[in-house]
Every structure is written in C-alpha cells, then in structure tokens.
Design a protein around this ligand. Sequence first.
Ligand code: 5CA
Length: 443
Amino acid sequence: MRLTRFFLPVLKESPADAHIVSHRLMLRAGMVKQNGAGIYTWLPLGLRVLKKIEQIVREEQARAGAIELLMPTIQSADLWRESGRYDAYGKEMLRISDRHDRDMLYGPTNEEMVTDVFRTYVKSYKQLPLNLYHIQWKFRDEVRPRFGVMRGREFLMKDGYSFDIDADAARQSYYRMFCAYLNTFSRMGIKAVPMRADTGPIGGDLSHEFIILAATGESAVYCDSDLVDMPPPGSDFDFWADLEPEFNRRTALYAATEEMHDAERFERDTPEARRLSARGIEVGHIFYFGDKYSRPMNASVTGPDGREAFVEMGSYGIGVSRLLGAIIEANHDDKGVIWPTSVAPFEAAVVNLRHDDADVSAACEAAYQGLLRAGVDVLYDDTAERPGAKLSTMELIGVPYLIVIGPKGLKQGTVEFKTRSGGVTVELAPEVAIERTIEALRG
Ligand code: 5CA
C-alpha cells in the first residue's frame, strides 16, 4: 500500500476526552472515529487490525472443530420470549419495533437464535458434537460506555455455541474451547489468564473469563502468578483427546475474578510470593449452561437409546473489537503502539526520506516491490512529509519493521533497518535489509 493512496488521518494532538492510553492511541493513529457514545467508525488502519484478529480467531476455531455461520444483528422478540430472557434482560437490550409494530431487538448475544437454527435442522445425536460460531456486531446499551472500543455499545464479538448429547460430552466441548482460547490469545501476542467467573445474564454454573493483566483493566482479579507464564497448548495440540486432565492441570492454581474471589482460599492455596492481585481486561468469556435454552425452546435430539433428550449447551465469546484496545494496553510506549507482528496493520514499511530524489525513490520502489513479492503486508511512505514526521507516524501506528532510505546512506550503499519493539537500528545494504525483514516476519 502506498501511503499517498491510503487514508491515514493521524491526529497531532492527544484527544482530551480519551482517558486511557489505548483509546488515545487509537484516535491519534487514525484507527477509529467516534460517532456517538460507544459507537465507532473503523477507519482503514483500525479495520486492518480488526480483520487480522478475526482471521486468527477463525483459524483457531477451525482447529478446535467450530464451524462458522452468520446470523443477523436484528432479532425477533418472540424468540427471546421463548427463553424468558426478553423481559429479564433489562435496559441493556436495544428494543425496536418495525413498521408492523412487531417487537424486534438488536442482538446483545445469540443463544436463542442459534438454538432456533439448531432445532430446525438437527434431530439426531449422530450430528453431534456441533459447535457453531459467528463474528458479528452486537449492541448493548451499556450504562457507562467508556475507554473507547474497550466498552462500546456497538462492538464486534465472536460468539460460539456448542451442542452435545449429554453433560460429559458438553464438558469436553467446553474444554476444547478453553484450550482453543489459550492458543488464540497467544497468537495475538498477549497472555490471557483463564479465571473462574460469574455467569450473569447468560446463565449456567461453569464459566471462565480470559483476562489480560493491565493497570487500566475494569475488573479486579486474583491469581497465582505462575499461571501468567504458562505456555498455551500449542498448534499440534490434539483437540479430540480426553481433555479433562489438561483442563484440570490448567485450572489447578487459583485464579478468580472479583465476583468469585474467595480470599480465604486464595491465602490457603497460594504461597504469598505468588499471590497476584491486579486489574484485568476480559477478552473472552466461556459458559456451560446445560439445557437452560434447549429445554424451554424445545431443542432436542434422539439419543442412541431412541429417547429424546434436550441438548446440553455452552457459549463462548471473544471480544474481537475490545481486543484492539487490550492489545494496545499491553503493547505500547510513549511514542505509540508496538504491535505484535501477527496483528499489526502493516507488517513492514518502506520510508522514503527524499521523495524528490530519483535514486532514493528507485531504491524505495525496489524495496517495496521486493517485500510485496515475498507476500509481506507492506506500507510505502512515498509522501512529501518531513522525515521526522514520517518516522513519528510509523512509531505512532506501530509498524514492526521499517526500511528507511535517504540520500546520505544510499551514497554509501546502505539503508536503515529499524525494529519497533526493542528500537534497534542497523545500517545494511538494501537487499540485506529486505531479506532481514522477510526473515524476521517469516522466520
Ligand atoms: N453469549 C456469551 C458468550 S458468546 C456472551 O455474550 N458473553 S459475554 O457477555 O461475556 O461477552 C463476550 C465477550 O464480549 C466479553 O468477554 C468481552 O470481551 C466482549 N464484550 C462484552 N461486552 C462488551 C462491550 N460493551 N464492549 C466491547 N466488548 C464487549
């Protein structure tokens, strides 16, 4: 992408009404524009990151056997009357009526709708286990939308739903998502700790929140510090083995959100030096709630014994748009964002320090084309901006690798290769800088 043909509206000033660093940086770097309380336009740079996060989620969902579909944002109130949640959900639900005065709503979550999809098509235990998910916009009329995309009213969620013949199978589905989430967040360069959690309006009795530790987090959390660096299951993990031992091993140490915190147990189970009480950002939340929706909505299948049974269900959420804020909270310095390469809006950039110098421009063009040919998602700053401003913008938007080309270095046959994380700058021959960038990205 040539910067002269891109839309990157960066702001010089720090917006006054943004109280946390991720919100400030997202506004300054031209990633989002606020349209109303908790409602945002995703500008091209922000949208690139959102898409990369979605893609990681998709790949890891597929690995764990979940199947993507897409349900609408607008739902019928009648469906929610079946489960009893239409009245129970409260003011967070945006209720609307259509021209025929039919009650509709903008979905805050999709348990009812997916249960309706399920009961329409699935009649036999032989079609189970089944896990259906989508990545779709939600609306929750939050009392206090704040911190930018972190607590929005309109936000993007990955929500998945599992269907099983009995409780044992349903727990395995829960464990599969538990492990898939650890892999998912790890690929985004963040450490998310699973913690016992409250179930709120979704229901059920088994639930974990996936929490990133950050001073600006909205919830107080308590855990054994050994959990923070526990490696994820990894890409060759067998999702179809019995996952109970794995789940038990990963939940043996103490970790709980404020609502579930038991101070006495924490002190009893965790040596003092490892007792971490911190603040955290909830990036995912999983629930097992049995037949809470399948029973009232009559979603049953014929079991192996020929008898009808209500399916056992769970639901699994990831805050896709919230993740941008959370990743920035965990990865920035005073100059801007330091994106993990897997979610960076651009993996690398070529910076032309003298766009009116034919030799410099030819060298930039060669580097740009070389990186494009290698499949690198590269931004080429071919604008007429001052060199200092160009470099500050690259730091602000957090491009992981830069090749900076100016007349002085080029006369000596070198360009600058810069890494955003660690702030290393080395002078290299242009071809070597290209190779180094590709190597750093592709390994
Ligand atoms: N149906 C279940 C699981 S699919 C559900 O809705 N769970 S949830 O309420 O916990 O939401 C799932 C995830 O969405 C949360 O972990 C959080 O990361 C994200 N989320 C929830 N509310 C907001 C919000 N107002 N703004 C941004 N992200 C949010």
